[in-house]
Structure formats: C-alpha cells, structure tokens
Design a binder for this molecule. Sequence first.
Ligand code: P5A
Length: 438
Amino acid sequence: MRLSQYFLPIMRENPKEAEIVSHRLMLRSGMIKQSGAGIYSWLPLGLKVLKKIEQVVREEQDRAGAIELLMPTLQSADLWRESGRYDDYGQEMLRITDRHGRDMLYGPTNEEMVTEIARDFIKSYKDLPKTLYHIQWKFRDEIRPRFGIMRGREFLMKDAYSFDLDEAEGRKSYNRMFVAYLRTFERLGVKAIPMAADTGPIGGDQSHEFIILADTGESEVFCHKDLLEQSVPDNVDYSADLEAERERWTTKYAATEEMHDAARFEKEVPEERRVSARGIEVGHIFSFGTKYSEPMNCTVQGKDNKMVSLYGGSYGIGVSRLIGAIIESSHDEDGIIWPAAVTPFDIGLLNLKAGDEQTDAACLDMYQKLAAAGLDVLYDDTGERAGGKFKRMDLIGLPWQIIAGPRSLKEGKVELKNRATGARDELSIEDVLQRFIK
Ligand code: P5A
C-alpha cells in the first residue's frame, strides 16, 4: 500500500478524552474513531489488526475441533423468555421493538440462540460432542463504557458453545477450549493467565477468566508467579486427554478479585512468589451444565434410549478488546510495537526523498519485490519531511522499517530498523530483500 493513496488519519496531539495509553495510541494512529459512547468505527489500520487477531483466534478454534457458523446480532425476546434470562439480564441488554410490535434485542451473548440450533438438529448421543462458534458483534449497554474499545458497548467477540452428553464429556470439551485459549494468546504474543472467576449472568458452577497483567487493567488479580513463567506446548493433541495440561494451570493459586481468598493465597504461595496485580480480562470460559438445555428442552436420545438434557459450556474471547490489551503490553513512548502475528503491515518502507527520480525508482523496485514475495508493505511515498515520516512510522508500530535515502542508495544501501529494539543497521538492498524474501 502506498501511503499517498491510503487512508491513515494520524493525530499529532494527544486526545484528552483518552485515559489509558492503548486508547490514546489507537486514536492517534488512526485505527478507530468514536461514533458514540462505547461505539467505534474501525478505520483501515485498525480493521487490519482486528482481522489478523480474528484469524489467529479462528485457526486455534478450528485446530481444537470447534466448528464455525454465524448467528445474527438481532434476537427475539421470546427465545430469551424460554431460558428466563430476558428479565434477569437487566439494563445491559439493548431492547428493540420491530414494526409489528415484537420485542427483540441486540445480542449480548448467544447461549439461547445456539441452544435452539442444537435443539433442532442434534438428536442423538452419536452426534456428540459438538462445539460451535462464531465471531460476531455484541452489544452490551455498559453503564460505564471506557478506555476506548477495551470496554465498549458494541464489541467483537468470539463465542463458542459446547454440547456434550454428560459432565465427564463436558469437562473434556472445557479442557480443549482451555488449552486452545492458552495457544491463542501465546500466538498473539501476550501472556494470559487462567484464573478462577465468578460466573455472573452466564451462570454455571465453574469458570476461568484469562487475564493479561497490566497496570491499567480493570480488575485486581492474585496468582502464583510460576504461572507467569510457564508456557503451553505448541503441538497439542486435541484428541488426547488434556486434564493434565489443565491441572498444570489450575493447581497453583490464581484468582480474580471476586474469588480471592486471602488466607488461602498466603498459605499456598510463598511470600516472594505472590503476585498481586491488575489485569485485563481477554477471555472467559464457563461450564453451566443444563442451565439452558433444561428450560429450553434441548435433549438428545441417550445410550439407553432415555432422553438427556445436553451438558453445555460457553467460551468467549474479546477479539476487539485484545487489541487494546496487546497495545497495553507492547508500546513505548514513541508509539505501538506490534507483535509480528498481528501487525497491520509487515514492513514500513520510508522514501526520504520522494520526487527524486533515483530514490523513487529504488524504493518502487524494493516495494514491488517485497509485495511479489507476499509481504504486506506500507510504502511512505509522501513528500513530507523525514522527521515526520520517522515519527509516524514509530507511532503505528510496524515491526520493521526500511529507510531509503539518496545518500546511502548511491552505494546500494538502505537502513533496516527494528521497531522493538530501535537497532538500525546499514545493509545492502540485496541483503535486506533476502532477509524478508525466503
Ligand atoms: C462466553 C461466550 C460470555 O459472554 N457467553 C458467550 C459467555 N462471557 S463474557 O465474559 O461476558 O464475555 C466474553 C469476553 O468478551 C469480552 N468483553 C468485552 N469486550 C469489550 N467490551 C465489553 N463491554 C466487553 N464485555 C465482555 C471480554 O474479553 C470477555 O472475557
């Protein structure tokens, strides 16, 4: 993409409404624009990152055996009356009436809708287990939307729903999602710790929140330091029993504020290993058994021909919130530092003398060769001063910058800058191209 033809509305001044760094940087780098309280447009640069995150989430869901579908954002109130949640959900639910006077709502979550699908199509224990997921916009009329897309009213969620014959099978599905979440966050370059959590309006008797530690996090969390130092293997066999892997993450103390037991924390964790910090909840998984299937009459034929209510769980990832969380854990005073897995472009190419015939030709040649090799390059071909170009490129945080000025180009050289370390190396054009084109 040539910057001169792109749409990248950078803000030079710090927006005063932004209280935390990720919100500030997303506004300044032209990723989002607020359109209402807790409601944002995704500008081209922000949308690119959103799509990348979505894709990593999708790949790890698929790998774990979950199956993608797409349910609507608008739902009928009657469906929610079946589970009894229409009245329970309260003011966070945006309620709408259609032209025929029918009560509808903008979905804050999809347990009811997916249970209706399972009720209609899953008839026998032989069809189990099944985990269905979608990546869809949600609306929650949050009392205090804040921190940009971090706590929005409209936000993008990946939500998966598992259906099993009984509790033992349900636990296996839960474990698969548990491990898939660890894999997902690891690939996104963030450390998210599973912590015992409260189940709130989704319900059920067990649940884990996946928390990224950050000073600007909304919740207070407590855990054993060992958990910050361990990682999940990358060749998970989802057909195997994952109980041991789950235990490796749940035996040591880790709890959110609502579930915190100070006496247990002090007893189980040696003082120097106690972490009490703030955290951002990027995922939340639930096992609620028959909470929805029973009132909604979602049953299958069991092995002994008796009808059984399906055993369920639901699993959410805050896809849009993750962008904020990643920026909170990866930035410096000059701007964002994107992990390679989610960066909006792979490389920024800076032409320091646009309009100069030789510089233009050399840059265009590099740009075309990189693009032909499948790399996504943002080519700054504008006529701006070098200082402004450096600042903007640092702000938007692409992992690599190729800096091409007429002086070094005369010797066939450019500078390669690593955004994370700040290291700048003068290399021949050939060497730089070879580094990226493999
Ligand atoms: C699990 C999937 C659920 O809704 N039902 C379907 C269950 N869980 S949850 O914890 O309420 O939400 C899942 C994740 O969505 C993100 N999230 C938000 N992101 C941005 N703005 C919000 N207002 C918001 N509310 C929830 C969180 O990452 C949460 O873990």
